[in-house]
Structures are given as C-alpha cells and as structure tokens.
Design a protein around this ligand. Structure first.
Ligand SMILES: [Zn+2]
Length: 522
C-alpha cells in the first residue's frame, strides 16, 4: 500500500514543500530512501524502526521504499522522521489514511519514540499554511513558534504515540496556545545612556547611528567606554513591529537557537562575536546553511570589538552583506538567502599598544607599526562605515560630575544639566527622525540605505552646504562613496534637528565623523 504525507525542508529562511511517499510491498524486509536524501535523512531509517518498536507499533515486514519528492531538491535534517513513521503506519494499516489528510508534520524521533525539536518550525508552519494545510503536527517544544502563524491549527506532541492518538481523534486535539506577543515586546535591560559620562561626541554619533541606520566605528584607548556606548544603541531603536519580530524569530528558529517553548523574539538582538571567529560563523554555512552572526543580528546591532584583531579575510566578507542587507550562501547548486539589516558597531584601539593620542600615557608604537595596525582595517570596509569617532578616556572631572551635584563644566559651559541625558529622551528624538524618514524615503528606509539617485532627489542641499561639501571632497581626498556617505549622515543630522533642508551646519557636523579618511594610505 502507498501512503503520502506532507512535510518541508529548509532552504535559507524558506521551507520548501516535500511530499513523503511510503510504499510497502512484498519482498525481504528492508527500508530504502530515495529522492536526494542527505546523510541526516538517511539515518531516519534506524530511528523510525526503533521508535515504532518502542512505541508499541508493528514494524512492517516487507520491502519499504520511501521517496522524498521533488527528487531534484536536496533534503537534510532529521525533521522527516515523523512523516516517515506516520507514512509507515498508514502503509501498514495501523493508521487510517484519511487521518493525515491536510495534516503536515515535522519532527525528529528518538529511539524510544520521543519527539525532539527541529530547526525552522516557524518557516514550516508558514509554508503549510500557504499550501492550505488544515493542521501541523510538531514536537511540543516547537509548538509555540509554529502557533505564531495565523489560520493554522498547530498540534504539539511529545511522543509518537501521542501523535497517533491526536490523528485518530483530532477532536480531542488541543491547538497550541498563541504566545502573548505584547508581553514579549518589553525593553531589554541594557545599560542606559544616563550612565555614560562625558563622551558628548560619541553619544551624538550613537544617536545619529540609531536615527539613520548608519554603521559606527569607535576608536579609543582601553577604558574609554566603547563597549558601554555600543551596548546603549539597542535601547535607542524603536521596538520591533510584528512583521520584523516574525522575521527575526524565523532566523533564530532556523539557527536552532530558540529556547524550547519560545514564541516571538521581541527584542532587538545585540550580537558580539569574538575576534577569533571564522568567516562561516560570521556569514553562516553548513550542509543545510545556518545563519551566522550577521543574520542573527538582523534588525539589531552587530558589535565587533577589537575590530583590527579580526582576520582581514573575515572582515572582507562583511562588505557585500553590509551594502545589500542580505547574505547569499551557495551549497550544492542551491542558494540560501538570509536577511541582515543590521547596524554595525566596530570598536578598536588606536594602535597596537592602545595609547596613541592619550594625554596621560605614552604610545610605544613606531609610525610604521601604527600604519600596519590601521592597514588591517581594510580600506573598503572603513569606507562603508559612515560614522568614525575618536574617544578619549573620560577625565576625572567628568567621572566626578554625578557626585558634585552642580553643573558639568565639560558639557558646554553649564548650559546642560550635569546628569547625562537618559536613553528614553534620546530615543524620542530618534523616533521622531524615523517618522520623518518613513514619510519621505521610498519604502520608509533609513537614510543610510538610500540609493545614490534617491539621495540626490531627497537631500535638499542648500547652496552653502554644497560648497562646503565640494571643498571637503577635495581636501580630504574622499572617494565618491565616502562623499555620498557624508551627505547621508548630514541628511540624518537634519532629520534629528527637524530641518527639511540640509544646511552647512549639518555638513560641517557630518565631517567631524570622518576621522580616518585616507588614514590607511598613511
Ligand atoms: Zn601605540
């Protein structure tokens, strides 16, 4: 007898439909799998046989052929265990064929019949719904994420026997509870800008980065507060909307990083891989490509500390994804796509010893050593970072300010209160700038992602500002790309200040964030 059930395999963030056909015919007992099944799928034979036996079902005697269609699509992963087991039960008459009509399934079986979580259950649920499935059967640990998809019944089960019981009596099946989306949208408990003292230039750059989606490089000696500042960025960004949260959840689900029972990932990610990490860890890879750090930081912040310690080849891999906001991985003639709309924050010491430019400690590096150190931050990557900021160690004055109770003399001669502005106040300005961009820019994208043509059309550069920009191009030997980036930053500064046009002051301020142009040439 022939049985057929529906499941899916992952390709990037997508789940592609796979029809699992099980044929039980006369012959010597054997189980054969065909249809471009990878090693992890082939291993299903042993797991399924053992799981059936330990769950009290009969292992059919005869020749079994399992075909995974379409045959030209490579299948990987243990998620086919459950559909193969159910197909065998139908083919051997232990489960009525109509029980699986319109029901999709995915799940890994342990030898005793328990169901283990699979990667990408949310993507499978989305595919099942778009193909008109009635219900989806998944391991109970995956049920919360699968239940995020509207219009699909999700049955979470812990054991093969439970799966069979639910299929026999679907009326008793309890659909998985929909996770409370509102509850998962809380703000993360990262540091607050109110705790960052001094560093007015760095704070302002962080605000501009959050508003326009610009990448940021912080350069300063140890103890200048680069990491602390970077960790404040997430709090300045608006909460994820549902569509963004779903996409992010899908990335983490495909990576297998969702905690069992987790529904929506509601917080913007902050990822900070170590500088020894490989290219594959950063970009993603594997036989069924998994997302790397770049994609895991989607809609959030990727923080690369000690940027110049990363291997040059690894940093070069970042260039295209940063430009395009997505990563393509090629495996076995198939292409997987992962999104990575991230804000990159890089941090670096100014030189190998760390103290170049510090007023109190002396740098021990030679001129040549400093040049080599900078050479490691490949020029083209530096060229894609819009905001470059030099940070100094805060002086004793700034550190003492919160205890003095008076005015902080370092912050503009007593015009500002001594308590640094808190994250919530800055986030309001950022949100207002986001609204302005959403109304003006095509697709509501941030200024950092505007195409050259859109920038020319929407910039609104005042004549004086144009003259200043032209002058800077010549003096600083800016590349065409660098010049454009300067204008994008100036546009964001004007948005933060609620200026419809870009004036000379915005261009002048933008110029202060190009500290390292031409530095790598010496
Ligand atoms: Zn040095």
């Amino acid at each position: 007898m022939l049985a057929r059930c529906s499941s899916a395999t992952l390709l990037g963030l997508e789940a592609l439909t796979v029809s699992v056909e099980v044929d039980l015919g006369p012959g010597l007992p054997a189980l054969q799998m065909v249809g471009l099944a990878g090693t992890s799928v082939q291993e299903a034979r042993e797991r399924v046989r053992s799981a059936l036996r330990h769950s009290g079902f009969r292992v059919p005697l005869g020749r079994v052929v399992v075909n995974l269609a379409p045959a030209d699509l490579r299948k990987e992963g243990p998620g086919f265990d459950l559909p193969v087991a159910l197909g065998l039960l139908i083919a051997s008459g232990q489960l009525p064929p109509q029980a699986l009509e319109g029901v999709w399934s995915s799940g890994e079986l342990s030898l005793d019949g328990q169901l283990r979580p699979v990667r990408g259950a949310l993507a499978v649920a989305m595919r099942a719904r778009s193909e008109g499935a009635r219900a989806l059967l998944v391991p109970s640990t995956n049920a919360a994420e699968a239940a995020l998809v509207d219009g699909l019944q999700v049955w979470g089960v812990a054991h093969l026997t439970e799966a069979v019981r639910q299929l026999r009596e679907p009326a008793t099946a309890t659909p998985a509870l929909r996770p409370n989306a509102a509850g998962s949208q809380e703000r993360r408990g990262g540091p607050d800008l109110a705790d960052v003292h001094g560093q007015p230039h760095g704070r302002r750059a962080l605000e501009i980065a959050a508003a326009g989606g610009h990448h940021l490089l912080l350069v300063g000696p140890p103890g200048s507060g680069k990491t602390m500042l970077a960790r404040c960025l997430g709090g300045l960004l608006p909460p994820l909307n549902r569509e963004q949260a779903l996409e992010l959840t899908r990335v983490h689900s495909v990576a297998g990083l969702l905690e069992p029972g987790t529904g929506l990932v509601g917080e913007r990610p902050f990822r900070s891989p170590h500088h020894s990490c490989s290219g594959a860890a950063l970009i993603g890879g594997g036989s069924i490509p998994r997302p790397g750090e770049l994609a895991l930081a989607h809609h959030g912040v990727l923080f690369l500390d000690e940027l110049s310690e990363f291997r040059g080849g690894v940093l070069d891999l970042l260039r295209q994804p940063l430009e395009e906001g997505e990563i393509w991985i090629h495996r076995c003639r198939q292409r997987s796509r992962f999104p990575c709309a991230i804000t990159l924050v890089g941090a670096s010491n100014p030189c190998a010893c760390g103290w170049y430019g510090d007023p109190e400690r002396e740098c021990r590096c030679s001129e040549g050593e400093r040049r080599r150190y900078w050479g490691r931050l490949s020029g083209p990557l530096l060229d894609r970072i819009d905001l470059q900021v030099v940070m100094r160690r805060p002086q004793a004055q700034a550190l003492a300010a919160p205890y003095r109770g008076g005015r902080d003399s370092r912050d503009g001669g007593g015009k500002r209160p001594s308590k640094p502005e808190a994250t919530a106040a800055v986030a309001q300005r950022v949100a207002a700038a986001h609204e302005r961009m959403a109304c003006r820019n095509p697709g509501g994208i941030g200024n950092a992602r505007l195409s050259g043509a859109a920038l020319q059309e929407l910039l609104g550069l005042e004549p004086q500002a144009l003259a200043l920009w032209e002058q800077a191009l010549g003096q600083r030997r800016l590349t065409a790309r660098g010049g454009e980036r300067l204008l994008r930053v100036a546009r964001t500064i004007s948005d933060l200040d609620d200026q419809p046009r870009v004036g000379p002051a915005a261009v002048a301020e933008a110029l202060t964030y190009r500290s390292f142009d031409g530095l790598e040439q010496g």
